[in-house]
Design a protein around this ligand. Structure first.
Ligand code: NZQ
Ligand code: ZN
Length: 395
């Protein structure tokens, strides 16, 4: 196991009705004026936004509110929110929404207290030095942003959409309120996209070159098994609180690094996918459903035994001791079938992506200068080959 430091200061308030505690939680942090950020209409329609506002008001916390975050969130709104937050002299940010809203709130909280263009941090030109701080009221289990140190924002530069991530301790939320009830309004497609994303977060950590990491292997497998078992139940019974609750906590464990400490992590598939959601404005989870099996097929030969372990422990496939590669391949097929069974796309055509755009994807990835991923470092030719597998796969 590699040496590691693990500091996750997020306080989780999990369960039905916990959003009504938002005001008291913020007051205990000695904050006085909050910028509430939300997305489209879902939290307005469900009444969640007004419950959060009411809770703040009852606790004597002033607030201003701004919505309009779209999936694959844009830098333009972050600039607006930074100005707005500074003008209103807020001292805290609260995100009511999913990954896109939370990441917008993270970038805003950093942008308000750091001079210069916030997007420089996402372009890795410099590092943020502080944050105003943020709390989260989560509405969709998926991105895991409620417990992660990352944020992902998209910006159009010279006619190209750059979807860039920032990893920083200043991105870690101070608190996350997680009420599974509020996820009952999620459409099946968004529920499934969220499940794929959380599985991808675990698998980015699972496929590692670090030997002897059985504790985190087993944690990864537990989270994956639970998702595979529970998602079909959530899709069959969208109002099932217990199923929704299990999926919600799985999404957090998948990405707050509980499953990833002490081991090399990969993250090539996320980089490959971000170009798809940037160019075609598709859901991140849908893009991952297309890209992850393609990445697995391409890299399997590097360590078939690890893929065979995945197949046996996550999908219950019997081990072929004479030919472990067969078991490894069966695991990839099982993953593809699972994604298909929950209504996820299988190839480029299913998400409206085009093979002729692959050169553009490679350009945005920046793989002319460097490789991506760690399990198998991928150069331009490797990335091109993986995109082609994803483009041409026929289920
Ligand atoms: O805008 P509203 O009306 O709320 O609708 C949203 C949106 O259309 C809807 N939704 C959310 N909660 C709902 C609901 N609809 C009904 N009922 C509810 N309770 O869901 C749609 C998608 O929302 P979004 O926030 O975009 O989803 P998600 O949480 O999947 O976030 C995706 C973004 O997070 C980034 C992705 O790249 C993408 O931009 N990621 C962020 C990460 C991080 N910060 O750690 C890691 C991830 O790997 C990922 O890259
Ligand atoms: Zn993801």
């Amino acid at each position: 196991m590699e040496n590691f430091e693990f500091h996750r200061p997020t306080a989780y308030y999990f369960g039905a009705g916990r959003e009504n505690e938002a005001g008291n939680i913020v007051r205990a942090l000695n904050k006085h004026k909050v910028l509430i950020v939300f997305g489209g209409s879902s939290c307005v329609k469900s009444g969640l936004l007004s419950r959060v506002q009411q809770s703040l008001a009852s606790a004597g916390i002033a607030y201003v509110t701004k919505g309009g975050v779209v999936p694959n969130p844009r830098a333009d709104l972050v600039y607006e929110l930074i100005d707005y937050g500074r003008r209103e002299q807020v001292d805290f940010v609260v995100a009511v929404g999913g990954g896109s809203v939370i990441d917008t709130a993270k970038a805003t909280a950093i942008g308000i207290v750091n001079d210069g263009d916030f997007f420089d941090f996402f372009l890795k030109k410099r590092q943020p030095q502080d944050t105003l701080g943020l709390g989260v009221v989560l509405t969709i289990p998926a991105a895991g942003s409620e417990g992660s140190s990352s944020a992902v924002i998209q910006k159009e530069i010279d006619g190209h959409f750059y979807k860039c991530g920032l990893s920083s301790c200043f991105n870690v939320p101070t608190f996350a309120i997680m009420n599974p009830e509020v996820t009952k309004t999620l459409p099946p497609y968004q529920t499934a996209c969220g499940a794929v994303d959380m599985m991808a977060h675990v698998m980015e950590r699972y496929f590692t070159n670090t030997p002897d990491v059985s504790i985190t292997d087993r944690l990864c497998e537990a989270v994956l098994c639970s998702i595979v078992e529970t998602v079909p139940r959530v899709l069959r019974e969208p109002d099932n609180y217990e199923a929704r609750a299990n999926i919600m906590w799985a999404g957090t464990l998948a990405h707050n690094d509980t499953c990833g400490v002490g081991r090399e992590q990969d993250w090539a598939t996320h980089a490959l996918e971000h170009q798809l959601s940037a160019i075609y404005d598709i859901a991140h989870g849908a893009g991952l459903a297309v890209m992850f099996p393609a990445w697995m097929e391409y890299t399997m030969a590097h360590n078939p035994m690890r893929f065979a372990q995945f197949a046996t422990r996550v999908f219950g496939i019997s081990m072929d001791f004479e030919e472990p590669k067969r078991t490894a391949k069966a695991g990839i097929i099982a993953l593809r079938n699972f994604f298909k069974s929950i209504g996820m796309p299988q190839n480029f055509a299913d998400i409206g992506a085009r093979e002729e755009d692959i050169p553009q994807m490679l350009k945005l990835l920046g793989v002319d200068q460097h490789t991506i991923g760690h399990f198998v470092p991928l150069n331009r030719d490797d990335c091109e080959a993986i995109y082609k597998i994803a483009a041409r796969y026929q289920g």
